[in-house]
Design a protein around this ligand. Structure first.
Ligand code: ADP
Length: 486
């Protein structure tokens, strides 16, 4: 048969979010899709994440492990438990502490971050190191994701309890979003029990505070961003969130790997949440999905009226200001708009007001709903992503798979994954200047093409045929693990 066997790598994959247990956005989706695909491709993957109070232990069949955690944060010791489950072929260990995770929410509640997030995730990170020792896991790579896991490389090396550990594990730090850095006041540094040389300009110190994300950037064997373009952009002052200098210094080990999507969750041919399934060969199901969405949104079910969609955290990063500035112009085009999102109160209010003012044209669902997200992806004609910056973005990838045309600001992963209508092999529409007028001109351009089925249909089919699978992404990560373990 000619199989070539090679030794599998053991990967400990640490993340503060993993779908379906806990997620606030792209990190949870990608952490799940990547780790599961790595396992499918033969790697030995062990996931570790916090056990938040909102995770239903019974529904997920979590079993308590025979281990007790006693973790010091400075002079105080904290007790924790570890829980386990097998899901989609991967073992996940959940780290619990009543003190830190026995409350609602992942990072906060009622629109505010918890003041002790540094301690909460420090406890988690120390627990990861402790469990690697306790169970003699000897991973080839510890894969860390975003600031909540940024201290792990240093904790592996220096130890989590003030005792030098001399960890030889190789580490990869993935930047899903550079804007969230987990800053904490310098007075908390003693809790890490890291040596003073870990709190300098070259290490964790950043403008007089602790920057856990920077810990990942300077401490890991290699770093990657979730798209090649974002990996370049973050080395510039415009997108570097003040860390561009640090990133330029790490440029030799800084990579970009485009996120892929999990076709078992996002596939119009099999999606159980949408009104009718469809494929490139038979798009009739999409017509039905549009009709059903228009009905659910309280709109006239007019097949020829362009239906626009947005699914997002309602925060400045996502370009909601451009929408605020152009909403009246959008209404004048006659298009219908479905918004699904939650976030900043001022944006939530604005979206609700539009829905009240133009009930036949705007529908705003202010909530987080996976089901509705699938129905919108399947039902709309155009998906709007005017993000100011976007590390990768997933919804433009989901959109293309569903024959929904993405309209995007040409930044980060949006630039990498969408080809503008004016170009060969186009899959969507792009605008370059981050201004309301550039955004609206782009929308106007798309709406002029939309009525022309002879142009729009091939565009849909091209978008649907893109191979955006997680299989490629996982292969790229394996190649990167191999370079850092050599
Ligand atoms: P980010 O991670 O910055 O939020 P991404 O585009 O990478 O942005 O990922 C966002 C993910 O979260 C997508 O899967 C999107 O569908 C989902 N999402 C965001 N807001 C909502 C919502 N209100 N309801 C359902 N899904 C949402």
């Amino acid at each position: 048969m000619g199989f070539l066997y090679r030794a599998d790598m053991k990967i400990v994959f640490a993340s503060s979010e993993i779908v379906p247990f806990a997620s606030t956005g792209g990190l949870g989706d990608v952490a799940a899709a990547l780790s599961e695909e790595l396992a499918r491709q033969g790697e030995d993957v062990i996931r570790m994440m916090p056990l938040y109070a909102d995770i239903d232990r019974e529904a997920f069949g979590l079993k308590k492990c025979d281990v007790e955690l006693h973790i010091p944060l400075g002079h105080a010791w904290y007790f924790g438990t570890v829980w386990k489950n097998e899901f989609n072929g991967v073992t996940t260990y959940f780290v619990h502490s009543e003190e830190f995770f026995g409350r609602h929410g992942i990072y906060g509640h009622g629109g505010h971050d918890y003041a002790d997030n540094f301690e909460r995730f420090l406890f988690f990170q120390k627990a990861v190191v402790k469990l690697i020792d306790e169970w003699t896991l000897q991973p080839d790579v510890v894969h860390c994701n975003d600031w909540q896991t940024g201290l792990i490389p240093m904790l592996l090396y220096h130890g989590f309890d003030g005792h030098f550990r001399n960890g030889k594990e190789r580490t990869l730090f993935t930047i899903h979003n550079l804007a969230h850095q987990g800053w904490a006041p310098s007075e908390k540094f003693y809790m890490t029990q890291l040596p003073p040389r870990c709190y300098t300009m070259q290490t964790l110190e950043f403008y007089g505070e602790i920057n856990p994300l920077k810990g990942g950037l300077v401490g890991a064997s290699a770093v990657n961003a979730v798209s090649p373009n974002y990996a370049q952009e973050i080395q510039t002052a415009r997108f570097g969130c003040r860390l561009d200098g640090v990133l330029r210094e790490r440029s030799k080990v800084l990579h970009g790997i485009l996120n892929g999507i999990d076709y078992s969750r996002w596939n119009p041919e099999t999606d159980p949440d949408i009104s009718a399934n469809y494929s490139t060969d038979d798009l009739s199901g999409k017509v039905e999905c549009k009709r059903a969405l228009q009905e659910a949104a309280g709109f006239q079910p007019a097949s020829k009226v362009p239906l626009l969609g947005i699914i997002t955290r309602l925060v400045p990063q996502k370009g909601i200001d451009l929408l605020v500035e152009t909403i009246e112009q959008i209404i004048e085009t006659g298009a219908q708009l479905v918004i699904l999102g939650a976030g900043d109160a001022r944006y939530e209010r604005a979206c609700s007001e539009w829905a009240e003012r133009w009930p036949g044209q705007v529908c705003s669902w202010i909530e987080f709903s996976s089901k509705k997200a699938h129905r919108i992806e399947a039902g709309v004609d155009l998906f709007l992503m005017p993000s100011e910056f976007e590390p990768c973005g997933l919804n433009q990838l989901y959109s293309m798979r569903y024959g929904t045309i993405p309209l995007v600001h040409a930044v980060g992963g949006l630039e990498d994954s969408v080809v503008d209508y004016a170009k060969r092999g186009s899959t969507g529409f792009k605008f370059h200047d981050y201004t309301a007028s550039a955004f609206f001109q782009c929308l106007d351009r798309a709406l002029k093409v939309y009525p022309n089925g002879a142009r729009w249909k091939p565009l849909m089919k091209r978008a649907m045929q893109q191979d955006l699978s997680v299989v490629h992404m996982a292969k790229d990560y394996i190649a990167l693990y191999e370079t850092i373990t050599q």
